[in-house]
Design a protein around this ligand. Structure first.
Ligand code: 1GP
Length: 263
C-alpha cells in the first residue's frame, strides 16, 4: 500500500513548472565552506532567486562535512522560497533541512557503490526523516570532470548520442523519474546539444543538463533541444555576486524564451 506520508511535493512542483515553462533553471551550490562563507552563499542565493531560478540544488563531489551541508541549506532557506534539493556526492551529504533529495544512481559507473550500494546504506536515514526522494538516473559524459573520476565512470563519448539515449530509455523503463546528463563541474566542454536533442526525442522522462554551462546562448540551445532543466554551479559561484545576478536574469530569460517556442 502506498504510504500517505510519502510526499511528492517538490516533484509535483517541478513537473508543474516544467509543464508551464518547458525548461527550468537550477542553481547548484557546493556546500564546501572551506572556500566560501555562509554570508556569500546567502547573497548569491538572494540574487539567483531574484533572477528567476526555479530550484536550488546543494551538492558537490568532494564534500565531507554534513554539518556544513546543514548550515548551507538553512542559509539558502533564509534567502529563498525556492525548493532546496540535495544533489548528493555521497551519503554524508544529506541534510534534514532540505525539501527533497535527488536519489541518484550513477548508471555508467564501474563501481556498484555508486549504482546501488551507497543507496542501500543511505536510504534508511531518509525514511527516518520522511524525506522526499526523487529517483534520478545520473549519466556522465566526456570529459566528466571530478564526478567522472570519483564515480569511477565509463564515460559516454561525446559523439555517441545513441548510447546516452539508450541509457536514458533504460532508466525510464526501470522507473527513474528523470535523468541527469552531466559533463562534469567546471569543464570546458558541456554536453553536446545534439546529444540532448537525440535523447529528449527518444525518452519521455525529463532530462536535466549540467556541467560547464556558462552562457545564455548554450543554455537556450539546451532548452530548444528539449531539456527539462539547465543546471549552473560554477558560473553562479563566480559571476552572480559581481553584477548582483543581472546576467543570470538574462540567461534565465533566454532559457524560458527558447523553451516556450517548443510548447
Ligand atoms: C555539476 O552539472 C553540475 O554537477 C554543474 O556544473 O559547476 O560546471 O555549472 P558547473
Amino acid at each position: 500500500m502506498p504510504n500517505p506520508k510519502n510526499n511528492h511535493k517538490v516533484w509535483n512542483y517541478l513537473l508543474e513548472r516544467i509543464e508551464e515553462d518547458g525548461t527550468l533553471h537550477f542553481t547548484l551550490i557546493d556546500p564546501d565552506l572551506t572556500f566560501q562563507t555562509l554570508r556569500f552563499i546567502g547573497k548569491v542565493i538572494k540574487y539567483c532567486t531574484e533572477a528567476g531560478t526555479d530550484a536550488i540544488l546543494v551538492g558537490g563531489s568532494t564534500i565531507a562535512d554534513q554539518l556544513a551541508v546543514q548550515k548551507v541549506v538553512n542559509k539558502i532557506k533564509e534567502n529563498s522560497d525556492r525548493p532546496v534539493i540535495i544533489f548528493p556526492g555521497n551519503i554524508n551529504a544529506f541534510s534534514k533541512a532540505a525539501d527533497a533529495i535527488f536519489f541518484m544512481s550513477l548508471l555508467n559507473s564501474r563501481n556498484l557503490y555508486w549504482i546501488i550500494q551507497s543507496h542501500m546504506i543511505g536510504a534508511p536515514q531518509l525514511k527516518l526523516w520522511n524525506m522526499e526522494s526523487i529517483s534520478l538516473a545520473y549519466l556522465i559524459i566526456e570529459p566528466g570532470g571530478t564526478a567522472g573520476y570519483i564515480g569511477d565512470v565509463r564515460l559516454i563519448p561525446r559523439n555517441k548520442p545513441k548510447i546516452t539515449s539508450a541509457y536514458a530509455l533504460a532508466a525510464q523503463y526501470i522507473g527513474f523519474k528523470a535523468a541527469y546528463l552531466e559533463a562534469g563541474s567546471g569543464v570546458d566542454k558541456s554536453v553536446p546539444v545534439e546529444m540532448v536533442k537525440a535523447t529528449s526525442n527518444f525518452v519521455d522522462i525529463p532530462l536535466f543538463i549540467g556541467g560547464g554551462i556558462n552562457n545564455g546562448k548554450v543554455a537556450a540551445q539546451y532548452a530548444s533541444a528539449g531539456a527539462a532543466a539547465v543546471v549552473q554551479g560554477t558560473y553562479i559561484e563566480k559571476k552572480v555576486i559581481q553584477d548582483k545576478g543581472a546576467a543570470l536574469k538574462r540567461i534565465v530569460k533566454e532559457i524560458k524564451l527558447a523553451a516556450r517556442k517548443n510548447l
